[in-house]
Design a protein around this ligand. Structure first.
Ligand code: RIB
Ligand code: CA
Length: 311
């Protein structure tokens, strides 16, 4: 088996799409998903956990789902119900699965998976970084047991939740700062790249035609999400933020990346949650992470469709 991976998410429509792809990658042996953990973000953590349980139930995916943090430690929870709906699914009906959440909190599952692995593990974070920060604070030894964190978040040009901040970082900037300064290697998939990782309505039609439960669910949630977010991709389609992070974690040939300084503004009045990246200057700021800079959209969408054919 490969490196154990934990998918930490806030389902949410694109997180649901990412879980469908994570399942397909796991089926193929391309991503060894050891657990799914949930965090408050797009919706509250109870709804996020319910959605994750129903998605893995629909897929027949035998993977633990563990509930994480209900809110940041230092701020009220900000959700994205205006984009994802209060149910996180934009009204897409999911059969209520009989699955129940793991009895451990998300951060304990992260620690336990890492402790029982013979090699350091990966975390793919597609929601606010609350759980990862809590895990690192609760278990200081965990940092040595994480090979990397692949993060969907941040931006090097402009935000989506504010002009400066991307949602996942905006919800809890201090958590992102904690992760980015922890010494754990991280790869940041920012909006500037995920907005180019869009899927068109025609390509969604191809996905639906594949007919598997995962493909139909993917097409249903992203199909409802598309008109709400097409403007971010120049009207061309729906940005697959979280699916890109998951697929990238299995195959980094789809994108280019570079070592980079990544900082987080935590005190600004209008810039709180802004990720500050030093891509060009010679400020000699420590290159503490890696910034994903481009994506081969055609190759990415082809991989998505190939994976959706798995089911
Ligand atoms: O800014 C986009 C990110 O915020 C995605 O992960 C989306 O699901 C929301 O969590
Ligand atoms: Ca998300």
């Amino acid at each position: 088996m490969g490196v154990p991976v934990i998918v930490d998410c806030d389902p949410g429509t694109d997180d649901v799409a990412a879980l469908v792809l994570a399942h397909a990658l796991a089926q193929r042996g391309d991503l060894d998903v050891a657990a799914v953990t949930t965090v408050a973000g797009n919706v509250d953590v109870e709804q996020a956990t319910r959605n994750a349980l129903d998605v893995v139930g629909l897929l027949g995916w035998d993977v633990p789902v563990a509930r994480g943090a209900a809110k940041p430690l230092v701020a009220d929870l900000v959700t994205a119900a205006e984009i994802h709906g209060t149910d996180g699914l934009l009204g897409v009906e999911l059969p209520t699965s009989s699955r129940v959440a793991d009895g451990r909190p998300a951060w304990q599952v992260m620690r336990d998976v890492a402790a029982s692995s013979d090699q350091p593990i990966d975390v793919v974070a597609t929601g606010p970084l609350t759980n990862v920060a809590v895990a690192l604070a609760t278990y200081p030894e965990l940092g040595e047991r994480l090979r990397r964190v692949v993060v969907m978040g941040g931006a090097f040009l402009a935000g989506n939740t504010t002009p400066a901040a991307e949602f996942n970082v905006y919800v809890y900037p201090e958590a992102a700062q904690r992760v980015f300064t922890s010494g754990v290697p991280f790869w940041l998939c920012p909006l500037d790249v995920t907005h180019e990782a869009y899927i068109t309505a025609d390509e969604l039609g191809q996905a639906r035609a594949l007919g598997s439960p995962g493909a139909v669910l993917f097409a249903d949630v992203i199909g409802r999400y598309l008109p709400l977010v097409a403007r971010y991709s120049g009207g061309r389609g729906a940005a697959l933020h979280d699916p890109l992070a998951v697929v990238y974690a299995a195959d980094d040939s789809l994108c280019t990346s570079a070592e980079c300084f990544v900082g987080v503004e935590t005190r600004g009045s209008i810039t709180r949650g802004m990720t500050v990246t030093d891509r060009y200057s010679d400020t000699k700021l420590e290159r503490n992470g890696h910034l994903v800079e481009t994506v081969d959209r055609a190759a990415f969408v082809a991989r998505v469709l190939d994976l959706l054919a798995v089911g």
